[in-house]
Design a protein around this ligand. Structure first.
Ligand SMILES: Cc1cc2nc3c(=O)[nH]c(=O)nc-3n(C[C@H](O)[C@H](O)[C@H](O)COP(=O)(O)OP(=O)(O)OC[C@H]3O[C@@H](n4cnc5c(N)ncnc54)[C@H](O)[C@@H]3O)c2cc1C
Length: 509
């Protein structure tokens, strides 16, 4: 049995790889996934569909988005996001450890790749609800990330799989890859389990897009450390890291940050693995509008350190490290109307209300708050620090769409940790709290690739016939991550990998 190209993984990276292989000349393309058809799309299905790309502002984006009327466009403030901005965000958040060539390749191809996906009818939209606030009657975008897909990851995977079908890509589900075939140091195919038996399939090129090891609690503990067995998996349960071992067996080099991952503030009551109805709605990203306290009643992060897009991927870990591995997010009445309904709407999350902070502490005591008195003291101290800063800076205005500088640090009072922006008092009833935990998204360590071709590298150079894209690529993200980069990276390197397999096939012919 022979295919020109075999792609492993039905998520965003694998889908882009298969589409690209087909469009660049591979006749027979096979996509295999170990999941059943009802888990199609890997983590891609669970996403918000947010894509981070280089762009020149609103006018530049209007041709590819489907949700902006000319009237609306007049009331939008959306700054350009330059190549330098994107590169700097990746390098800054990775502590300058990101592979600069890999980062540059992602950034330089981000815009063009989104145009390419739009050509496959992926319904891109401006992300009003997640990435903009209405300020003074205008929609103000913030945090560099503006593009999303209609119906999030569900819409993205539906569009990509429709395109795969139309392109004639064959898809086999319930079909894990267990080994790579190698001949004369070239990868020549895969061995899969299918219908209870082992099957060898020859191929002109194999593209691994099988996700990270976030759904494997043993590997989490081995690489990320003790305690990570407790993290909830935000997406697919099938990303268990098997393909890393399979690739290592043929000499692939493992690189990047194997000791950390992307993890967020997640609903404490969410299931242990992703749920295909609510998907990303278990995210609880409203902390910049309020504060977070642990079971002892103490704050433990700077909730306003930066825009949410630049902090959310490491605050899951911060919560995991707290006593009991959970925390409480708290707001007062002033913020309740601004919290996103998708994440905090009725029926989406358990919301605890009270008319006084003392009564709120008492209620939270029933679900794990041990430091009730400290909880009250922490909020009183926070309010005092906010009031002092306001007194010293009477002309500063609270504005969630910019880093407004309203903080807890002043000449008289300083909190540790501070809240550096959007620090507003918590004093107007009703008060509301939700309980959150750590949700793991994906892991950062992975395979070394050549940024130009997405070929997998061994210690001595590219492994002929083997390519990689998506979460499986190592060296791009370390410790933290600019929101929306995962889908862009998967699309960019998936597209390159598909083209490379076609090129290799043409050269052999
Ligand atoms: C809740 C949530 C929200 C997110 N939101 C965003 C967002 O808005 N923007 C963004 O950029 N990123 C987001 N991410 C991250 C994003 O999902 C990933 O970066 C991206 O989807 C990874 O794509 P992938 O194709 O590499 O992996 P996946 O989409 O996870 O696909 C991997 C596939 O490989 C299959 N597989 C695994 N092992 C094998 C094997 N041995 N044989 C065959 N198949 C195998 C799996 O079943 C799976 O279907 C989010 C993630 C989650 C969980």
């Amino acid at each position: 049995m022979y295919y020109d190209c075999i792609v492993v993984g039905s998520g965003n990276a694998g889908s882009c790889a298969a589409l690209s292989a087909k469009e660049n000349g591979c006749q027979k393309v096979l996509l295999v996934d170990k999941c059943s058809p009802d888990w199609v799309g890997g983590n891609g299905y669970f996403t918000a569909g947010a894509f981070r790309i280089v762009h020149n502002g609103l006018e530049d984006l209007l041709p590819i988005v489907q949700n902006v009327t000319p009237e609306q466009a007049k009331r939008i403030d959306l700054d350009p996001y330059s190549r330098e901005d994107f590169v700097e965000d990746i390098m800054r958040l990775s502590g300058r450890r990101s592979d600069p060539t890999l980062a540059a390749s992602l950034v330089d191809n981000s815009r063009d790749t989104v145009d390419w996906l739009a050509g496959y009818q992926v319904p891109f939209i401006l992300s009003f609800h997640r990435q903009a606030y209405e300020v003074g009657g205008r929609q103000k975008f913030w945090g560099g990330l503006v593009l999303s897909v209609e119906d999030g990851g569900k819409g993205l995977i539906a569009a990509e799989h429709k395109a795969l079908k139309e392109a004639g890509v064959e898809i086999w589900f319930d079909c894990p890859v267990v080994k790579l075939l190698v001949q004369d140091n070239t990868v020549t195919g895969v061995i899969v389990h299918k219908d209870g038996s082992e099957l060898s399939i020859e191929s002109g090129g194999v593209i691994l897009a099988a996700g990270g090891f976030e759904a494997n609690s043993k590997l989490r503990v081995a690489h990320l450390g003790m305690g990570w067995e407790k993290a909830k998996v935000r997406g697919t349960p099938f990303n268990t890291g098997d393909c890393f071992a399979i690739a290592k067996d043929v000499g692939a080099k493992l690189v990047g940050d194997w000791a950390s991952c992307h993890s967020t503030t997640w609903d404490f009551n969410a299931p242990e693995i992703g749920a295909r109805n609510l998907t990303n709605q278990f995210t609880k990203s409203g902390y910049p509008l309020g504060i977070m306290l642990n079971a002892n009643g103490e704050r433990f992060v700077d909730e306003g350190e930066d825009y949410r897009n630049y902090t959310y991927a490491r605050f899951g870990k911060a919560i995991l490290l707290q006593s009991g591995g959970f925390a409480f997010q708290v707001w007062d009445a002033k913020m309740l109307g601004i919290l996103r309904k998708e994440e905090y709407g009725d029926g989406v999350v358990e919301k605890i209300f009270a008319d006084t902070i003392e009564a709120l502490a008492h209620k939270l005591g029933e679900i794990g708050l041990t430091g009730q008195a400290q909880f009250v003291k922490t909020i009183q101290a926070y309010n005092a620090a906010v009031a002092q800063h306001k007194m010293e800076n009477p002309d500063w205005n609270w504005d969630p769409a910019v880093k407004d500088g309203l903080s807890t640090q002043s000449s008289h009072l300083s909190l540790s940790p501070p809240k550096s922006h959007w620090a507003e008092s918590i004093d107007k009833p009703p008060f509301m709290a939700v309980k959150v935990c750590c949700g793991i998204t994906f892991t950062f360590g992975g395979l070394a690739i050549d940024p130009a071709s997405a070929a997998v590298l061994s210690e001595s150079g590219p492994i002929p016939g083997l390519f990689c894209a998506g979460e499986m690529v190592g060296g791009l993200f370390h410790n933290n991550y600019p929101g929306g980069s995962g889908l862009s990276a998967g699309a960019v390197f998936g597209r390159k990998a598909g083209a490379s397999v076609s090129k290799g096939k043409a050269m052999r012919a």
